[in-house]
Write a protein that binds this ligand. Structure first.
Ligand code: G6Q
Length: 544
């Protein structure tokens, strides 16, 4: 069943009509006819500068997209989210990652209770723990200083911590070594503890539910590894395991003292939790002050999203442009290209944030959509990607909008490196937008047969996001920018970005198949013929 409301809405219809007039326009023409375009189509907020001039939009396109945002109720949906209304309707939950970075004096009510004091209580407890661990006051069971911290978690309880650790490594305590175990594949755990001394190792078991199969399997393996290494004394657990969870009962059942548990709440979605206690490893790495600076950065972007007029609102603009390409140009992906090596895990982090959030095909009302929703996000840091997949963006058949992210200053000034890096970033967006015509190629003396191969059509859209330097606050601003862009997209598409029912089925089926793999004598299988044959082959291979 189709959902008539979006595609039948006046703003959508106007955009569809307008698309017919502008889809063939080239950026060459757009820039030639307006010399101020590169300065005009920009916005600045919360310390980030956005140049969105290299998009296939006119002033009319922007007005129509902004009208669509108004018509879809972005303003009231946004306010409802910030107020703590239960906008995650399929799970009957508030969506309040923004409360995680609210200042101490703020008041945000959920079910009649102000949640902000609880948020700060946990942050203070995390800070005390981080200080004790970093200073050596928290020692291991044998009295040795902890030198290795291993976060065990998966999905939202892993991707944020890994990304933030890598992004803010410059600010981290280098006397501590961090590892992140997520996969149930034993290779992950085995490599993380390879060569480590259990007496110097602390595990942070991060799991909102404390029931996730991968995390609990790894946590039990870690427990066994630790006890084996420390002579089997169960008392060691208290000094080498802490938990981040909403489930105190399960944490206690695992054997972790709930005094060493850092809590959060059901109104924090997994992929929106890196600034909750799930960020404990981040705080231990960079210290409480830097962690609070990161939260302040998140909060600045929250305020910008709440207060800036839509035409100057960075997340709103990014979100609307994403809708424009996904639904009118049929673009299926967005490339995120940070020109900052420390952001190497940022695209992977964004994949979950964007795709688990907006990978939906029914509306809030349960109707099948008849338009495209969340695109595939992917990317790698520049300049590496230039020597790999950029070819397809420049000369392939797909239209792939790109987000370039760069910084005025490097954290590690070394000769000309940074200018070379940034010259490449600016050059890529220029080449994508304006390309190289056949005439230009011929003028260079290229043999006629090679001309078509060397033409760059151009007209490939991109945004450029510039910030001063990658510091904790800037990381917070960047993450919040994408969180709110995802929200903006979700409102336009009338979908719920905050549930993830799509991950359930595979989990359930795996639990059914597991005993079939472990019970090698059992032969009767009741799957499809492919799955049956694969299981049977796997069993035979086990016996050979
Ligand atoms: C994120 C998802 C998912 C979740 C993991 C881990 O939004 O809900 O990625 O974070 O499945 O869940 P636990 O934290 O409960 O172990």
């Amino acid at each position: 069943m189709s959902n008539p409301s979006l595609t039948q809405s006046p703003a959508w219809k106007a955009l569809a009509k307008h698309f017919g007039n502008v889809s063939a326009l080239s950026m060459r023409e757009l820039f030639t006819s307006d010399s101020s375009r590169g300065k005009r189509l920009t916005a600045e907020g919360a310390g980030l500068f956005l140049d969105y001039s290299k998009n296939r939009v006119t002033d009319d396109t922007l007005q129509l997209l902004l009208a669509l945002a108004e018509e879809r109720g972005l303003r009231s949906r946004r306010d409802a989210m910030f107020r703590g209304e239960k906008i995650n309707s399929t799970e009957n939950r508030a969506v309040l990652h923004t409360a995680l970075r609210a200042p101490r004096e703020a008041e945000i009510m959920v079910d009649g209770e102000n949640v902000v004091p609880n948020v700060h209580e946990v942050l203070d407890k995390m800070a005390t723990f981080a200080h004790r661990l970093r200073s050596g006051m928290w020692a291991g069971h044998t009295g040795k200083k902890i030198r290795h911290v291993i976060n065990i978690g998966i999905g939202g309880s892993d991707l944020g911590p890994v990304m933030a650790y890598e992004a803010l490594k410059f600010y981290s305590d280098r006397s501590l070594h961090f590892a992140f175990v997520s996969n149930v594949d034993s290779d992950d755990f085995a490599e993380a503890v390879h060569g480590l001394n259990p007496a110097e190792t602390l595990f942070i078991v991060s799991s909102k539910t404390f029931t996730t199969l991968e995390t609990m399997t790894n946590a039990h393996t870690a427990r066994a590894w630790l006890l084996k290494g420390l002579g089997g004394d169960e008392a060691a657990i208290a000094k080498h395991f802490v938990a981040v969870s909403t489930n105190a009962e399960k944490v206690a059942a695992f054997g972790i003292d709930t005094a060493n548990m850092f809590g959060f709440w059901d109104w924090v979605g997994g992929r929106y939790s890196m600034d909750s206690a799930i960020g404990l490893s981040t705080m231990v790495a960079i210290g409480p002050d830097n962690f609070r600076a990161m939260l302040a950065g998140f909060h600045q972007m929250d305020e910008h999203f709440q207060t800036a007029p839509f035409e100057k609102n960075l997340p709103v603009l990014l979100g609307l442009l994403t809708v424009w390409y996904a639904d009118f140009f049929g673009s299926q992906t967005v490339a995120v290209l940070p020109y900052e090596q420390y952001l190497k895990r940022f695209p992977a982090y964004l994949q979950q944030l964007t795709m688990e959030s907006n990978g939906k095909s029914v509306t809030l009302g349960g109707q099948r959509v008849n338009y495209a929703t969340g695109p595939v996000y992917w990317g790698e840091p520049g300049t590496n990607g230039q020597h790999s997949f950029y070819q397809l963006i420049h000369q392939g058949t797909h239209l792939i909008p790109c987000d370039f992210i760069g910084f005025a200053q490097t954290l590690n000034p070394l000769g000309r490196h940074h200018d070379i890096l940034m010259a490449n970033m600016f050059a890529q967006s220029e080449a994508l937008a304006f390309g190289k015509t056949a005439e230009q190629v011929r003028t260079e003396g290229t043999a006629e047969a090679l001309v078509p191969h060397r033409v760059f059509e151009g007209n490939h859209p991109s945004n450029t996001i510039l910030a001063q330097v990658l510091d904790p606050a800037t990381l917070g601003r960047l993450v919040a920018l994408y969180e709110h862009s995802v929200f903006t997209q979700g409102v336009i598409w009338d979908i719920n970005p905050f549930d993830q029912w799509g991950v359930e089925l595979g989990k359930v089926l795996a639990l059914k198949i597991l005993p079939e793999l472990e019970n090698l004598g059992e032969t009767t299988l009741h799957h499809d013929s492919s799955t049956n044959a694969l299981i049977e082959r796997y069993r035979r291979m086990q016996l050979s």
